[in-house]
Design a protein around this ligand. Structure first.
Ligand SMILES: *Cc1c(COP(=O)(O)O)cnc(C)c1O
Length: 364
């Protein structure tokens, strides 16, 4: 028998969350962002849940090929554009739209031999200082692109650094608007947090680019929860209890003896560890569901195992199912955001880190 650990991808939840994003941006078309192998879900596994999107946005050309192999004929956008000259041939062959964020990419386009002009998304660095042309360079980049026979339509794109927090998007929107106002072309600015928190930004978006909301995580947790936004978990990680220990006061749990019992306890040893993608840094007290009832981890996470408290769960024991995040069989939900917060990180990182050794099923 394989190790009793399993991840489940929830197709209906993906479709539901995509609709939540859509409902906040009813006039925009929606890119489902599927970079990083659909945030760790697997592009092929997530595809059925996301096929209601208007397009797929990602950044790895091999992943773009996989989206085409699934039969998707609609728009595919490379969020970072091309990395080298010959990538443009694949763009032509697979009909990929691509971001243009630097002069080197314009040089590559100018040298590209094609009869079919390409659709590009000119990216502005409106303050995040990651990719893009600074506002004062943006219009000359546009003029240069616009003169190339290799280029068809030019859209405008920027990315927010603070859509999830107090700083918000106003400053970046002002720069973006002022620079692009009189230029033709579609616009795309909003990630998940902007879609949920800054709906109806004037003139903002012909296309929105939600990623994390589609995967059921609240981009502004803990200010708001996934439940607050009406989002459903799209990935469940669960494993079974493969051992039970009875502790006396003074007994310890796991490496480093970091947890010390102060009363008699019963604990379950779960077949999930950091080699499965569960963060080793999660401290004692990280929530977990045992047969759908809320409990918590005890002691350090090992490579292949972790421990949970069964003291108040007399019916739980060998073979019980522990939900590390996601939805339990009884419908109870443990938001991945809560586990991520205990690990001092974001749900993004946990989803993306699901280990290859974990078997995955898709519930249709
Ligand atoms: C990842 C990414 C997104 C999606 O971000 P979320 O926070 O997951 O919604 C949107 N746009 C760009 C350019 C990205 O890189």
């Amino acid at each position: 028998m394989p190790r009793p650990i399993l991840a489940t991808i929830h197709t209906q939840a993906l479709a539901h969350n995509l609709n939540v994003a859509r409902s906040h941006a009813p006039d925009a078309r929606v890119w489902a962002v599927v970079k990083a192998n659909a945030y760790g879900h697997g592009i092929e596994r997530a595809f059925n849940g996301l096929r209601g999107a208007d397009g797929f946005a990602l950044l790895d050309l091999a992943e773009a090929q996989r989206v085409r192999d699934l039969g998707w004929r609609g728009p595919v956008l490379l969020l970072e554009g091309v990395f080298e000259q010959r990538d443009l041939e694949l763009c032509s062959r697979l009909d990929l739209w691509h971001a243009v964020h630097c002069n080197e990419q314009i040089d590559m386009l100018a040298a590209h031999k094609t009869n079919v002009p390409q659709r590009v998304f000119l990216k502005m660095n409106s303050g995040m200082n990651r990719l893009g042309f600074r506002p004062e360079r943006y219009r000359s980049a546009w003029t240069r692109l616009n003169a190339l026979p290799q280029v068809d339509e030019i859209s405008h794109m920027t990315h927010f650094s603070d859509a999830d927090g107090a700083a918000g998007i106003a400053r970046q929107m002002q720069v973006f608007d002022a620079t692009t106002r009189d230029l033709p072309g579609e616009r795309t600015v909003s990630n998940s947090a902007a879609v949920l928190r800054h709906a109806g930004v004037p003139g903002a978006s012909d296309w929105v680019r939600p990623g994390i909301v589609v995967y059921g995580s609240a981009p502004d947790f803990p200010e708001h929860s996934a439940a607050h936004w009406g989002l459903q978990p799209t990935m469940t990680l669960e494993a079974k209890i493969i051992g039970v220990q009875h502790l006396q006061p003074g007994d310890t749990v796991g490496y480093g003896s970091s947890f010390v019992a102060t009363a008699p306890m019963r604990i379950g040893v779960v077949a999930c560890g950091y080699a499965d993608g569960y963060p080793r840094i999660c401290p004692t007290g990280t929530p977990a569901l045992v047969d759908g009832a809320r409990s918590q981890t005890l002691g350090r996470v090992s490579m292949d195992m972790l421990s949970v408290d069964l003291t108040d769960l007399p019916n739980a024991g060998m073979g019980s199912t522990v939900t590390l995040w996601g939805r339990a069989a009884n419908g109870a939900v443990l938001p991945i955001d809560e586990v991520a917060a205990k690990a001092g990180t974001l749900a993004y990182e946990l989803m993306c880190a699901l280990a290859a050794r974990v078997p995955v099923v898709v519930d249709a």
